[in-house]
Design a protein around this ligand. Sequence first.
Ligand SMILES: Nc1ncnc2c1ncn2[C@@H]1O[C@H](COP(=O)(O)OP(=O)(O)OP(=O)(O)O)[C@@H](O)[C@H]1O
Ligand SMILES: [Mg+2]
Length: 382
Amino acid sequence: MTTVIDVENISKQFKIHHERNQSLKERLLHPKSGSTEIFNALSDISFQVSANETVGILGHNGSGKSTLLKCICGVLQPTTGQIRLRGSLAALLELGAGFQTELSGRDNVYLYGAMLGLSKRNVDAIFDDIVAFSEIEQFIDTQVKFYSSGMYVRLAFAVAVNVDPDILVVDEVLAVGDERFQAKCIDRIRTFQEEGRSILLVTHQADQVRALCDRAIVLDGGLMVANGPVQESLRIFREHLLEDAVELDRTGARAEISIDSVTTPSGSFDVKSGAGIHFDVQMTSHAAYSGNFMMEIFTRGGLLVSRSDAQGSPVNLKPGLNSVGVYLPQIPLLDGVYDVNVGIVDHHGTVMAWREQAASIQVAYSGREGGIVEMGASITQQ
Ligand SMILES: Nc1ncnc2c1ncn2[C@@H]1O[C@H](COP(=O)(O)OP(=O)(O)OP(=O)(O)O)[C@@H](O)[C@H]1O
Ligand SMILES: [Mg+2]
């Protein structure tokens, strides 16, 4: 496999200048006073992306995702380390990066094209496609500073996907567009994948990572804490989120709950399609806690089959061991292995405890329908 992005021991430090409380006069007399602190936004990050690979980047706010993408795109210079790229790269960075807000949408399209090495004639040839994709034709001659964030993203995405890059880098912004435009972007990303291009995608949406990525990287405080299969990285990502929740717990704000095991009375998770299954989820809580039980079921291919209502199943945990019973009366799924994630969320939907792939249900189906659910259609000729 050809490596198209090679990130080798990247670190990025920012100097943060703290001004002492000074009067204007003091500042004018001693302009260099105050202290400077070095902040490590990225510490010794190494990974590769191959041709035809889509890699997700996860991490909470401030973990270094955008800084990493900016280093890869050349917007920022890493403090140490090296980045090698093979092929052309188009980027959709966070809002505010990329466009000159005083210029019109049209001028920005040409400017961006020029930055990617396209001639005016090259851009002329794709201009109509860009505007058509963005669906903001009416505003193409308006200064970008008057764009809504949705309009901004529409144009930026339209440019990035129409300049024919070998590598597409997308920072989160997709979440800004409305649902229909998001779906259109995702479709376009899939076409990119089919064409064998490489994609680096920052997102906070676990579903998007499952649906689109071959692999995921997790950043935490500027360190790379995972780089592997999507399921595994999601588990680590959630665990890191939980560590933060536990930190909060020391200040008394949150409870600490662990999900210990998921079992069935027979010990087996094999079930016939159409039949029911019962399982128990054992967990330990260090304090009394009222929250909601939550469950997700995925195909092995990472497709979400079902997610329970986050506020629909209240549970009152007592200190110590607890057991929650789950009954699925009639599994309408066809042949296959289905992974079950379980967790406890608070009343705002924040995850308090989570276990990825806590159980795997093996469904046996003897009928002839294809796909993942049995519809049991009956056909009558009129
Ligand atoms: N130019 C800068 N000067 C100083 N600090 C910076 C600069 N840019 C980023 N940082 C800091 O680096 C850290 C990482 O920021 P970054 O934008 O990469 O996070 P992120 O993972 O993209 O977060 P988010 O999910 O909120 O987009 C943050 O603590 C941020 O304050
Ligand atoms: Mg960011």
